[in-house]
Design a protein around this ligand. Structure first.
Ligand SMILES: [Zn+2]
Length: 409
């Protein structure tokens, strides 16, 4: 399945000439002039690395400044956390960002199908119960800031919205959706990962559903598109081109339509699109092609019903709770029709429970929406997630809040 990891992010990706430096090999950056003070557009003040320092980040949230040159930093993330490692700075300040680690973390690369090589860049993963060490190698042309943040994987319990509003409860954390490095993870990243941030419970729910779908059907991987920006904003707000009218706060995520083709199911239109009034793009009726509708219905059903051990049928709803509650699923009417056609087959096999069968079969949860001809957009209930302190920065080019240049949800 490694072939499905398309490497487009950095010049170093896929190269075979680069070798990891030895354990103590912290290269001396050329030049010893003190770099200029950090711009306000990067995370808050942190330690500046010196040539020859033994560089480590962790176990808490931490950041360090790295000047021009090559740097090797050992990361020691705490156990059982959603971990994100990021590099912020000027877009052309970073030449290389490599992760060198034991299995399965050796697969961590800043790789997504459609990357634009802009900073900040991030990789995210779920740390195991036993301690791990992850080494990152950074070649910088100008000063960059390396950030390590983590949140507990257990911090997923729902909050009462009124408690959050009254300041009596903190919102759940915003975390990078972990990269799918584990066997049978069932998904790939399509959007730049700086747009791949979700609330903790949403990350857990998606990962469980992707994994069970992969185990059940043994078919291709499903691409995950835009969620929220690293700082909780709308994807593209950092470039003053927000790509959606929602997607802030980590509770919206775009997922590709499953297909039966080779390679991953990408965010690709599975129908003939037509522009209707006010330039709204929809599927022309009767033109859906190449959609694996049963698998789509199964995946959505898992999110609604909650996971069960080994995909077993568990009629008693109190014995399976979804990790996150689905509020609305937006997609084209043509795909809604296909999902509904697939429901009786799933029911006959006991691969769906009453709750999802009912919710997907009637109007309300599934909502037809223009501009959803190539994906399903899943919105989860609850409060907007709380970004980590160290990730609350905006690039200097951004206008706070971001303008919306898209009518897409
Ligand atoms: Zn969306």
């Amino acid at each position: 399945m490694r072939a499905e990891w398309l490497c487009v992010a950095l010049a170093a990706c896929g190269g075979t000439t680069w070798k990891p430096p030895p354990a103590e090999g912290i290269a001396s950056p050329p030049g010893s002039e003190a770099p200029p003070p950090p711009a306000a557009s990067v995370p808050p003040a942190s330690k500046r690395a010196q040539s020859g320092d033994r560089l480590e980040l962790g176990p808490g949230n931490a950041a360090m400044l790295l000047g021009d040159g090559r740097w090797v930093v050992e990361l020691r993330p705490p156990a059982r956390r959603f971990v994100t490692v990021g590099v912020a700075g000027k877009d052309d300040g970073l030449v290389r960002f490599e992760v060198v680690a034991q299995r399965p973390f050796h697969r961590l690369r800043n790789e997504t199908f459609s990357d634009d090589r802009r900073l900040p860049i991030f990789v995210s993963f779920e740390s195991p119960a036993e301690p791990i060490s992850v080494r990152v190698v950074i070649d910088a042309k100008s000063e960059v800031r390396l950030v390590l943040v983590s949140e507990s994987v257990d911090d997923i319990a729902p909050r009462l919205l009124r408690d959050v509003k009254a300041g009596k409860a903190e919102p759940r954390p915003l975390v990078g959706l972990p990269f799918p490095i584990e066997p049978r993870a069932g998904y790939v990243m399509e959007a730049p990962h700086r747009y791949g941030f979700v609330r903790t419970d949403v990350a857990t729910a998606l990962r469980a559903a992707f994994r069970q779908t992969r185990i059940r059907y043994k078919r291709n991987l499903l691409a995950v598109g835009d969620a929220s920006q690293w700082n909780g904003g709308r994807p593209g707000a950092d470039l003053d081109k927000a790509r959606h009218i929602s997607h802030d706060g980590g509770r919206d995520v775009d997922v590709a339509l499953p297909s039966r083709e080779d390679g991953a199911s990408r965010i690709v239109r599975r129908c003939e699109g037509v522009l209707v009034e006010n330039q709204r793009l929809q599927c022309a009726p009767g033109t859906v092609k190449g959609l694996d509708a049963e698998r789509l219905a199964y995946f959505l059903g898992l999110l609604i019903d909650g996971p069960t051990p080994n995909g077993r049928h568990v009629p008693d709803a109190s014995k399976r709770r979804p990790f996150a509650d689905v509020e609305t699923i937006f997609t084209d009417q043509a795909y809604i029709d296909e999902i509904r056609k697939a429901l009786p087959g799933l029911k006959a096999k006991n691969w769906i429970h009453e709750e999802a069968f009912g919710a997907l079969g009637e109007d309300g949860l599934l909502r037809p929406s223009p501009w959803h001809t190539d994906h399903v957009h899943i919105r989860f209930r609850g409060e907007n997630a709380r970004p980590a302190e160290l990730l609350r920065f905006e690039p200097s080019r951004s206008i706070p809040g971001g303008r919306t240049s898209s009518s897409k949800r």
